[in-house]
Structure formats: structure tokens, C-alpha cells
Write a protein that binds this ligand. Structure first.
Ligand code: GDP
Length: 140
């Protein structure tokens, strides 16, 4: 299994509700390394660019409002099979459907405000890491 890098975001609800440490512990306990980390407040332009693939969806405005509503924590996770393992640790998009013990089941309130983002495939990870961390993390 290849070592990969993937983007994780602790969304504004996770930061506001005091779950940064819990989420980081879940990753580290699973053997994923935090290779880089920064806390930022996204601009509207950054949020819209990041979620551009959803721009035609009815929830796009709400999603961008939420993602710019407070600080987020951007992380580069590194480890074997990191992309899929991060997705597994996050759980289903809708916390009501998420498996027990997953980040979204533990901490998220709704499908919109769902605590964590994780790149869904290698192409997304490359784009998303470059988007927030620059060329150093384009290759995963
Ligand atoms: P993910 O890969 O599990 O994050 O899910 P998607 O790529 O399908 O959606 C991206 C993000 O858009 C989700 O994580 C949610 O924050 C948001 N989202 C998805 N569906 C809805 C919805 O029906 N309503 C709202 N408000 N947000 C949604």
C-alpha cells in the first residue's frame, strides 16, 4: 500500500465546539501523521474555489456561508492509504448515516455542518493540497 497525503479540514463547527484536539487524536491514534497544519478563516473566494464542483448545487451558497463563518483547521495527513482511511475515519456525509465512532457521528450536527472534510480520491487530494499548501504537497 502506498504512502499518500490527503487534505483534512476541521470545519467551523468542529473548531467552534472545541473538537480540534479530539479530531487530531483520532487521526494520530489511527497512525496518520499530521505533516502540516494551519488555522485560517477562509475568504468567500477561497471557499467558492475550493467547492467549485458543487457550484450548481442548491446548497452551494449555504455551504460557502458555513465554511467562511469561522476559523477552520487545514491539515496535510500522511500515511499508508491515507485518502481512504481519512474518509473512513470521517464517516458518511450525513452524520445520521455515519458509523459509530467516526468523526461525523461523534461531533457533527447535520449534513451541512459536518465537522470534517477529506479529499475523496488521489486527484482531489493533489488539487486540494496544492490549493491550500502549495506545490510542496501536490504529489500524493
Ligand atoms: P463529502 O465528500 O462527504 O464532504 O460530501 P460532498 O462532496 O457530497 O459534499 C461536500 C460538502 O457539502 C459536505 O461535506 C457538506 O458540508 C455539504 N453538503 C452536502 N450535501 C448538503 C446538503 O444537502 N445541504 C447542505 N447545507 N450542505 C450539504
Amino acid at each position: 500500500m502506498a504512502t499518500e497525503r490527503t487534505l483534512s479540514i476541521i470545519k467551523p463547527d468542529g473548531v467552534k465546539n472545541g473538537h480540534i484536539g479530539h479530531v487530531v487524536s483520532i487521526f494520530e491514534d489511527a497512525g496518520l501523521k499530521i505533516a502540516a497544519m494551519k488555522m485560517v478563516v477562509l475568504t468567500r473566494k477561497q471557499a467558492e474555489g475550493f467547492y467549485a464542483e458543487h457550484s450548481e448545487r442548491g446548497f452551494f451558497g449555504e455551504l460557502c456561508d458555513f465554511m467562511t463563518s469561522g476559523p477552520v483547521v487545514l491539515m496535510v495527513l500522511e500515511g499508508e492509504d491515507a485518502i481512504k482511511r481519512n474518509r473512513d475515519l470521517m464517516g458518511d456525509t450525513d452524520p445520521a448515516e455515519a458509523a459509530s465512532g467516526t468523526i461525523r457521528k461523534l461531533f457533527a450536527a447535520s449534513k451541512g455542518e459536518n465537522t470534517a472534510h477529506g479529499s475523496d480520491k488521489p486527484e482531489s487530494a493533489a488539487r486540494e493540497l496544492a490549493y491550500f499548501f502549495g506545490a510542496a504537497f501536490e504529489i500524493c
